[in-house]
Design a protein. Sequence first.
Length: 258
Amino acid sequence: MEEKAAKKKLWIQEQQALKQRLVCSDSFPWVVPEKFGYDCEGKGEIKLKYIGGMDLSFVKEDETVACSALVVIDAATMATVYEDLEIVSLDMPYIPGFLAFRESPALLSLLARMKSSRPEIFPQLLMVDGNGVLHPRGFGLASHLGVLADVPTLGIAKSLFEVDGLSEREVKRSARNSLLRAGDAMDLVGRSGKVWGSALRSTGECVNPVFVSTGHRISLETGVEIVRKLCKFRVPEPVRLADKKSREYLRVNGYTKS
DNA sequence: GCGACAG
DNA sequence: ATCTTGTCGC
């Protein structure tokens, strides 16, 4: 497997090249409403209204087959306004730290399709199942996708990618003590002092936090503020729905799955 | 060398 | 990611 090492080396170079275009601060034409609601319909300034969620589901029989999903909701009503699913064939294997090389082609395909068919409701922000800058080289799937599609993105992970001395066990321990109420969040500060992301308590029932990180063109602070408002359950609605729909699609079409 | 390792 | 039953709680 000398092959694999060479591939990683190339991928690392590609990540570093794309990272040159990464923007970690708020860089969008819209404004975050004080509270999602009818004010999103207001005239004048553009307000955040359309938020997308993306995910892939797999079948255990064949690791190259997956169903990709893009769900867009209206933040004001939380209603789904767009949904697209596609069975895809994945060329690359999953290698920790290189998830984007396996999943981004399928996700980019869905984005391109929507951009041409329904540009008027194309998401102003995308929540991606995975990490943004909370990554060994600071360039996870959400950042990778954000840069390639030039769309603001956020990384939403259900488990911690241990980087810079951060350990899931330790983070969960302090989260249990510090995150007391729904919406409480804490910075994920590495040994180096760098803030990689945030651990957010989604609901009062969820003791286990969800890990949010900047993907592209949005600050961590703004991202957490938005994610906080979109959580009915542990995972924010856009991503939860994309996960649910893709899994359901595989099940209904006989592929297997629970 | 050892342990870690998003989905 | 996926494999899985029961079970605690509103």
